[in-house]
Design a protein around this ligand. Structure first.
Ligand SMILES: *[C@@H]1O[C@H](CO)[C@@H](O)[C@H](O)[C@H]1NC(C)=O
Ligand SMILES: *[C@@H]1O[C@H](CO)[C@@H](O)[C@H](O)[C@H]1NC(C)=O
Ligand SMILES: *[C@@H]1O[C@H](CO)[C@@H](O)[C@H](O)[C@H]1NC(C)=O
Length: 517
């Protein structure tokens, strides 16, 4: 499926309409079961009632990928073993007692291409430099998914190197699969860097998907593609075997059509992994019995939500967004939440105001260390260091006229020399910002979550290793979706899930994409 030579596609209008109106169904017995838009619970129920098999599910998604990927370019590789894994799952389901299998058992999942799988697929972060490389083992989250019985359906595209190559590289573009497209408006930005995960979830190319975030890479594409993204507390999910930016902020999380689906995925991937030391500390946050118990319809009752329109929730008075969000604020109140507004939030926001971009400063040095150690541990690879990557890109851009994006981030980071005085200062400042900013704001005002529109809070959440959940909130005049984000303190996923689920159930904004231009 990967093609390095193709130019951006233009799809004739009639094809777009054909895509829109074809609605494949699986039928078995008396009832036809529609896989499109089915939730994890719908799919498990259909398995139980013998209306559906994992093989049918994989065949359906493979068909959809074949049909839609020419337009969307969300999928880089389909797992050649996916049907085999489906048959295994179908056999297992027959042999085991009903209810004894995990929530993700037999369900196909797509993984962002920076998450390693030790199988027939490549793990490349979208770059040709890693094509043909061999990883030492499955990523920690992939081991957990396999244990849960999920089917690894394939790898999805991303902004190449999780958008850490050059500022000019468009969101959703990578050398391996070209430009990913937003299914809600093909002319619009899908956002990134987990672009393929969001597009694929939105367009029903898999049951569920995984993305990664350092600063906005789950929240922003989820926002733009009308899906639910969970950006977990750093360390709650293992980053072992994930092509890194910085272990200080990187996190792996679910990107799904519903909050419940995302929570099923979180339950499968969260937890201890000795290959990622951060999971040892963070796994103390995981509640006994997992996260499903927090899918409560009355989850908003008594929750204190920070709504600071001048500081954290500025969408422009009278804008299309403002009107939609005002309705949502009423809904939140009606469902029992307390919207905390009478606070001068400026003093907390002031903690972040500085003329120096400490986040970039720290990341620039951290990336070199992290990527070099990732590349060194590969079993086979034509690149072994950032220096090799830069040389590869120089050579490659000469061969490929259309791929002449720069690599300024790579060059900047190659010029660093470990964590020196400047970087140490930056790290101290980042920690201080979080303490005096977000943490004080939450604690002094006894907030359960901070409300923010779109993914605007991603830097605040990213720098502090805090979790966030984004839920579809509306669509603008050009069909582009936007979301409402709930951010919380470390380990507050149970509370955020209660809030996000109750909000989603009260509003049900998500609808399938139109594939229009
Ligand atoms: C992985 O990359 C190799 C090229 O090195 C290619 O031949 C193979 O088909 C790729 N795997 C899949 C599953 O696409
Ligand atoms: C809010 O706090 C900021 C900074 O601490 C201060 O400059 C401003 O005057 C305050 N505003 C009000 C209305 O009290
Ligand atoms: C898609 O976005 C473009 C502008 O980027 C706009 O002209 C067009 O009307 C939008 N399409 C739909 C269906 O809203």
């Amino acid at each position: 499926m990967a093609s390095t030579k193709s130019s951006p596609l233009t799809i004739p209008l009639f094809l777009t309409w054909m895509i829109l109106f074809l609605q494949p169904m699986v039928s078995s017995g008396n009832h036809a079961f529609s896989i499109k838009e089915a939730t994890v619970q719908d799919l498990q129920l259909a398995f139980e009632k013998n209306q559906l098999t994992s093989r049918q599910l994989v065949e359906f998604y493979m068909g959809e990928i074949h049909r839609l990927n020419v337009l969307l370019r969300a999928v880089i590789e389909v797992n050649p073993d996916a049907l085999y894994q489906a048959d295994e799952a179908d056999r297992e389901r027959k042999a085991k007692a009903p209810g004894s299998l995990s929530g993700l058992h037999g369900l196909p999942i797509l993984l962002k291409d920076n998450i390693a799988t030790k199988d027939k697929m490549n793990t490349t972060a979208g770059s040709l430099a890693l094509l043909g490389s061999i990883v030492p083992r499955d990523a920690g989250v992939v081991s957990k998914l396999r244990k849960a019985g999920a089917i690894i359906l394939g790898k999805v595209s991303l902004s190449e190197w999780a958008h850490f190559r050059d500022g000019s590289v468009p969101s959703g573009w990578c050398a391996r699969s070209g430009q990913g497209k937003n299914p809600y408006n093909i002319s619009k930005d899908p956002c990134g860097s987990s672009s393929g995960s969001a597009i694929a979830a939105a367009a029903n190319l898999a049951a569920v998907t995984l993305g990664t975030e350092t600063d906005g890479s789950i929240l922003c594409p989820s926002n733009n593609n009308a899906i639910v993204g969970i950006k977990p507390t750093v360390g709650l999910t293992s980053r072992a075997g994930v092509v890194p930016i910085t272990p200080r902020q990187d996190t792996v999380g679910p990107m799904c059509r519903t909050v419940a689906d995302a929570v099923y995925v979180l339950d499968a991937i969260a937890g201890l992994d000795y290959n990622d030391k951060a999971t040892i500390k963070a796994s103390k946050y995981i509640p006994r019995g997992g996260y499903k118990q927090f899918l409560k319809i009355d989850g908003l009752k008594g929750k204190r939500l920070g709504l600071f329109k001048n500081e954290f929730f500025n969408v422009g008075e009278g804008s299309v967004y403002a009107k939609v969000f005002e309705r949502h604020f009423s809904t939140l109140r009606r469902r029992g939440a307390v919207l905390v507004e009478n606070v001068n939030a400026s003093k907390y926001l002031e903690a972040y105001s500085t003329s120096i971009d400490y986040e970039t400063l720290a990341m620039t040095a951290e990336f070199k260390l992290a990527i070099n150690s990732y590349l060194k541990q590969l079993v086979v690879s034509k690149v072994r260091s950032l220096k090799d990557l830069i040389a590869f890109n120089n050579k490659f851009s000469k061969l490929e006229k259309t791929k002449e994006y720069g690599q300024q981030f790579f060059l900047d980071t190659e010029a660093t020399n470990g964590i020196g005085q400047k970087e140490k200062e930056a790290l101290l400042n980042l920690a201080k910002m979080s303490r005096d900013g977000f943490e004080k704001l939450m604690e002094e005002n006894k907030l359960d979550a901070l409300l923010s529109p779109f993914s605007v809070a991603s830097s605040i959440l990213g720098r502090g290793q805090y979790p966030g959940i984004i839920v579809p909130a509306g669509y603008d005049r050009e069909g582009l979706p936007f979301g409402l984000c709930f951010g919380g303190l470390k380990g507050s996923e149970p509370t955020l899930i209660e809030i996000a689920y109750a909000f989603e159930q009260a509003t049900k904004i998500r609808r399938p994409p139109s594939f229009k231009h």
